[in-house]
Design a protein around this ligand. Structure first.
Ligand code: PHE
Length: 347
């Protein structure tokens, strides 16, 4: 028994000297001082020993226990010290310079088209118009028929159309080719006076080039009331052109044809690049066309149950990309939606 105690002691001391971390030390404690350790077994078994043996073994076992506990305590202190020094070393080597400037966060911004939509809507809101939006997928009734463009009418050739293969409606469906169908939708659900502007996407089945995209934005305008005349159209759009392009702008009205207005006009401003003398921006004409407009056709009014003898109105539609191209001297419409960050960052 005494011999066994001796072995336990030297084995424990041996193992202890090769330990290098606190986890290992805890395992060691369980192994040599824990409930299942040889030492504890011996101490527990003392009562069963003959009394002369019990005395010697008991004394020796307690001695071993005290010795191992002391060594354990000392080793624990040393290992703790070492761990602390390790940490200190890591902290000095891996120190972080919290005074270094951070990486800049890049800020997003509004797309130039969104900016011009807001700017133009603001101008018309200040003139008493309401902003409404409508569907991009339309039936041929709203996009064409209700606007005096029946099937097989040559005026359909003015629009290259994306037709949609669908059975959800009895009527042929398409991606709207202009925002004008909203004239009908607004009048169908309201009674005069009507004053709305309608920004939104339009689609045409175009071969794209520097001045044609298959998707583009328009803003439609519509005002219907008693006693609205061409003078109101001129006054409103004249004011709009000045607010958007500058107080000194001249505005030109000329005849144009759109099936859903009578008379139809085209509006141009004098070229702000050359002041009217003629340059590359205005193709030498001195004028920049900015929108189409006209007095709402009586047949259109009749179709939505407005009495054309009581009510008259004007409508207009302008292409937003064209306005941006004029304003910033952009020579290719495809730049707007090709997502080149170098282009978009400039606005
Ligand atoms: N919808 C026409 C187009 O896209 C523009 C327009 C709108 C003309 C309203 C007159 C009145 O070409």
């Amino acid at each position: 028994m005494l011999k066994k105690l001796d072995q336990t002691r030297s084995k424990a001391i041996d193992e202890l000297s090769s330990l290098s971390d606190l986890k290992g030390l805890e395992d060691w404690r369980i192994r040599h001082l824990g409930k299942k350790s040889a030492l504890t077994q011996i101490l527990r078994g003392l009562a069963a020993l003959p009394s002369e043996e019990r005395k010697a073994v008991g004394a020796s076992a307690n001695e071993v226990k005290a010795l191992l506990e002391r060594h354990y305590g000392e080793k624990k202190e040393t290992l703790k010290q070492e761990a602390y020094q390790d940490l200190e070393r890591t902290l000095t080597v891996e120190k972080i310079d919290v005074t270094l400037p951070g990486r800049p966060i890049s800020l997003g911004r509004l797309h130039p088209t969104t900016q011009i939509v807001r700017e133009i809507c603001d101008i018309f809101v200040a003139l008493g118009f309401q902003v409404v939006e409508g569907p991009e997928v339309e039936s041929d009734y709203y996009n064409f028929e209700a606007l005096n463009i029946p099937a097989d009418h040559p005026a359909r050739d003015m629009f290259s159309t994306f037709w949609i293969d669908t059975e959800i409606s009895e009527r042929p469906m398409l991606l709207r080719t202009h925002t004008s169908p909203m004239q009908i939708r607004v009048m169908e659900r309201t009674r005069p006076p009507v004053r709305v502007v309608v920004p939104g996407k339009c689609y045409r089945y175009e071969a794209t080039d520097a001045t044609h995209e298959s998707m583009f934005y328009q803003i439609e305008g519509l005002a219907v009331d008693e006693n609205i005349t061409l003078a109101d159209l001129k006054g409103t759009l004249f004011e709009f052109a000045k607010r958007l392009f500058g107080e000194e702008r001249k505005v030109r009205f000329r005849c144009d044809y759109f099936p859903f207005v009578e008379p139809g006009v085209e509006i141009a401003i004098d070229c702000f690049a050359c002041g009217g003398a003629g340059c590359r921006l205005c193709s030498g004409t001195g004028w920049l066309e900015i929108l189409g407009a006209g007095m709402v056709h009586p047949d259109v009014l009749r179709r939505v149950n407005y009495d054309p003898d009581v009510y008259t109105g004007f409508a207009f539609g302008l292409g937003l990309e064209r306005i941006l191209m004029l304003r910033y001297g952009i020579d290719d419409i495809r730049l707007f939606y090709s997502n080149d960050i170098r282009f978009l960052r400039q606005f």
